[in-house]
Design a protein. Structure first.
Length: 247
């Protein structure tokens, strides 16, 4: 996806100042669907088609997009490239965002090597770790640096801090990131971070997502088999020890 401004965009249309958090959370989904359409050479798309591609209802999509401005044309739909740019701009993806990853274990390695960051406007500029054995290791073209350099790295121009450390170290790392001036943190550690009110934290918890999927699988089994699977009383026959896992 090109971040260059389409030639026909000469003025910014007026829009409401506030956009609901739920709408903001869906904008990346619309962006992904629009990117696929653009790559397929689709020039215009109806709200129904775009909603289906994004997996939401068409009424919800139209309401979400109304918060950005009026970009659709009755009987024609949305100009794919135009709407793609507008959502990218609203998400701040028409500029480069510099990211530091703290914690270069298996997860940190995977994040550093993820090619989707650069294509979406995010540049990983530094990898930090407290393990002396990792210092100097090359990962995705970057040398792992000591956690002792965190403050100087942030001072060099970093917008977002990614915490990929064990839970025990996460709060301390977050405190240092915030003290150094970071106001946006992506947390992969399995814990809740305590931050000031002006700091935004987004938590990615894979185990929680798996547990939610397990819940729905269990409900589906009960619906399909009825009394053949009784999960309302007695020990859990499907996932013994799940309570301990969740602690």
């Amino acid at each position: 996806m090109s971040s260059s401004r389409p030639a026909r965009l000469t003025t910014r249309q007026s829009r409401p100042a506030g956009i609901p958090d739920a709408t903001v959370a869906r904008l990346p989904v619309y962006l992904r669907a629009l990117t696929t359409l653009a790559e397929d050479g689709v020039a215009t798309v109806s709200s129904e088609e775009l909603a289906a591609a994004a997996g939401v209802g068409s009424a919800k999509l139209r309401k979400d997009l109304s918060h950005l401005g009026s970009y659709g044309t009755r009987g024609v739909g949305y100009d794919v490239e135009y709407l793609l740019y507008q959502i990218s701009r609203e998400l701040g993806l028409t500029q480069d965002w510099r990211v530091v990853i703290v914690g270069v274990g298996n997860l940190g390695h995977a994040l550093a090597n993820y090619g989707g960051f650069a294509s979406r406007g995010f540049t990983v500029v530094a990898l930090l770790d407290a393990d002396d054995a990792l210092i100097g290791e090359q990962v995705a073209g970057l040398a792992v640096r000591s956690i002792d350099e965190l403050e100087s790295v942030v001072a060099g121009g970093v917008h977002i801090g990614v915490v990929a450390t064990p839970a025990a170290a996460a709060q301390g790392v977050c405190d240092r990131l915030v003290a150094a001036g970071i106001t946006s943190v992506l947390n992969f550690a399995p814990c809740v971070l305590d931050v000031p009110a002006d700091v935004m934290v987004r938590k990615v918890d894979l185990s929680t997502e798996l547990q939610i999927l397990a819940f729905h699988e269990q409900r589906r089994a009960v619906t399909e088999f009825g009394e053949a699977l009784d999960v309302t009383t007695g020990p859990d026959p499907v996932a013994p020890g799940l309570t301990e896992l969740a602690r």
